[in-house]
Every structure is written in C-alpha cells, then in structure tokens.
Design a protein around this ligand. Structure first.
Ligand SMILES: [Zn+2]
Length: 363
C-alpha cells in the first residue's frame, strides 16, 4: 500500500519547508496535477441543462451539434454563447480548441462505437471556456465541459489537450451508461474509463496505432517551468511528472501499490492508474488501432448493461473479458490479451477465468 498524498497544493505559504521547496518564480497551482480533469457529477435527472428528448428528435442520427460559451473569467455557467455549430472560428484559441475537441470526441464515439453523442440520443455538446480567474482545472459538470485558463505558471489553458477534452466528455458517457459512483474503486473506474476514451479521441484524431501513441493524458497543459510531460501516463503510471513544486506523479500501476486513502474520493485519480495500465497492456498486446479492438471491448463492457454503479476493479475486469469473448470469441487473441492485461496489473478475475460467458454473438 502506498502513501496517501493530499489532493491539495503541495506548497503552501506559511510552512518553512514549503517555502524552501517552492520556487519563488512559480505560484503554487490550485490543484495538484493528478486531481486535474475531475468529474463533478449531479444527481441523475436533476440540475442538467439537457434538452428534452423531443427537442432532439427530428435530426438525423449522428448529427453533430456544438455550442461553446465564454464565462469571461467568472464562475457563472454557461456564460455567453461565442460559437454555435457551423459558425466560423472565433479567433479565441480556447473557444476554437473546445469546438474542435467536441467534434473530435463526437467523431470517435460515432465512427468507432456507433454512439450518437454522449447519451447515444444526439445530445448537443456544450463547453464553457475562460471559467474562473486563472482556474487550474477542467471538469464535466453533469451537462457540459468547463475549462479554466490555468495560472500560466504551472498550467496553460486546459483546452490545449485533446485527451483532456475527450476525458471530460467521456465522463458524460459514463454518466449515461454505468454511472460509476465517484468514490473508491468505482470512482477510479470512472476516472480510468474517461482516460481510456480520452486518449482514444486523441489517437483516433491522429490515426495513431497503439505503438505510436504517447499514452499520456494532458500533454501541453504544463508550462515550460514544470518538469513533466503530462498529468498522467497510462503506459507507465507514476512517471508523468517529477517536479520540485508539484512533487512526483503518485499514480500506481499495479494492485500491490494500491493506495488506501480518504483523500480524492478514495483515490479516484490515483488508483485509476491500475485499470489505465490494464487498458494499455490490452491495447498494445492486441496491436493496431486501439479504438478498433481494445476500445471496442472496453466500450462494450461499459454499455452492455451488466456492470453496477459500484463495480470493483475485479468485476470490471471480468466484464471486459466477457465482452472480449462476446465480441471476438472465446479463443480469440483479443480475449487472451485482455486476460493477460489484468494479470499484468495484479487484478484477480476469477469469475471470468472460469469461462462463464456464453459464446453467442462472436463477430
Ligand atoms: Zn476526470
């Protein structure tokens, strides 16, 4: 069991130790990097600005409808509209990156998984940029993506990373499928699934194979001042950054290093490194484009209806093996790769290993 770091700034004024560790040239960030890209869930059916179903009907399936808003450095949502679907570039990089990122995410889910937007019913996609004053985070608020500008000393604006945009919207996909409870292992699965589809958005947009991909979440978010490549690494959890102000990336990549903590909703951004690494192992074990097979297996597991909102790593692992068997067959190399992947991160999958899944729809 690893230590339980705090989901708070590592440096704080008033502590002599912190004063010496913090560079005077760099202000402490409002959020530690591993807390970035959080999910702020609202109770189901309340507080969302979702359009009623009738308002979405009448449009062709798969039609993309985006809207970007500007909060003008306030925390008022959604802010003022700045770019609707089909409108030209605004000239504001944050608004245009958000617009393009919404489109790239929609494209992955539609093209690779035949999913019609976040809710599979054509939900219009909304984003708000310039949220708060030098706000050091991005989040899904239950109905839209919200992006801060960063403090400019540790974090750049959060729309710079396509994987983070994909991550936020994928929290929406989770909300409309398993709705994993945002605490403990189910919360870490919520975070991990958002990372999985976040990197797939980036890989699909660049048509990168699993061998070519960086497997990093949030490239481009750190300023040049920071010693780090990104906020998380799926191929090598715990290696994304190692910085005198931020500390070292604390993510584990194996169950032997699982972090028991009450911080961060029970380590949802920490222990997500374990299922993240499992996906990386499955995708690279299978080879090719990750969205075509490993991604399809994870998507099937998420949406086929068996997983509960409080699923554990082991239950999720078992479902991915069942899904691999359902989609590709019991003797398939895809199923073998998924079994090996969970074994590689120390997650036990007893039920699935006993071969409980019927072979009914192999294709
Ligand atoms: Zn998140």
């Amino acid at each position: 069991m690893g230590a339980a770091p705090s989901c708070r700034p590592i440096c704080s004024s008033g502590s002599p130790r912190s004063t010496t560790r913090c560079s005077p040239a760099r202000r402490r960030p409002l959020a530690t990097p591993w807390c970035v890209a959080r999910c702020t869930l609202v109770p189901k059916g309340s507080g969302t600005t979702r359009l009623p179903r009738s308002a979405r009907h009448g449009r062709p399936r798969g039609e993309l409808v985006r809207a970007v808003f500007d909060a003008h450095s306030t925390e008022d949502l959604p802010g003022t509209p700045v770019r609707a679907e089909g409108e030209p570039s605004t000239g504001d990089p944050a608004a245009d990156e958000a617009y393009d990122g919404l489109g790239a995410t929609h494209a992955l889910f539609l093209d690779a998984f035949d999913r019609d937007s976040i809710d599979d019913s054509g939900l219009p996609l909304e984003a708000t940029v310039h949220f708060g004053n030098a706000y050091d985070n991005a989040f899904w608020d239950g109905s839209r993506m919200v992006f801060g500008d960063g403090d400019g000393q540790v974090f750049e604006r959060f729309t710079r990373s396509l994987s983070v945009i994909g991550h936020e919207l994928s929290h929406g996909v989770v909300q409309y499928s398993t709705n994993f409870v945002y605490e403990g292992q189910s919360g870490a699965l919520n975070e991990s699934v958002a990372d999985v589809f976040g990197v797939l958005v980036e890989q699909y947009a660049s048509r990168q194979s699993s061998d070519e991909a960086s497997w990093l979440i949030g490239v481009g978010l750190f300023t040049d001042e920071v010693e780090g490549d990104a906020i998380r690494s799926m191929s090598d959890p715990g290696s994304a950054y190692d910085d005198d102000v931020l500390g070292k990336d604390p993510q584990p990549g194996h169950m032997r290093d699982y972090i028991d903590t009450v911080e961060d909703n029970g380590g949802v951004h920490l222990n997500s490194g374990i299922p993240n690494k499992a996906f990386h192992l499955a995708a690279t074990g299978i080879g090719g484009f990750a969205w075509e097979r490993a991604g399809r297996i994870w998507y099937h597991a998420l949406t086929e209806g068996s997983l509960t909102a409080t699923a554990t790593f082991s239950e999720f692992a078992a479902q991915t093996i069942t899904s691999a068997q359902t989609v590709f067959g019991v003797e398939s190399p895809e199923r073998s790769a998924v079994v090996a992947a969970w074994d590689g991160v120390g997650v036990a999958v007893e039920a699935a290993e006993e071969g409980v899944a019927p072979i009914d729809t192999a294709s």
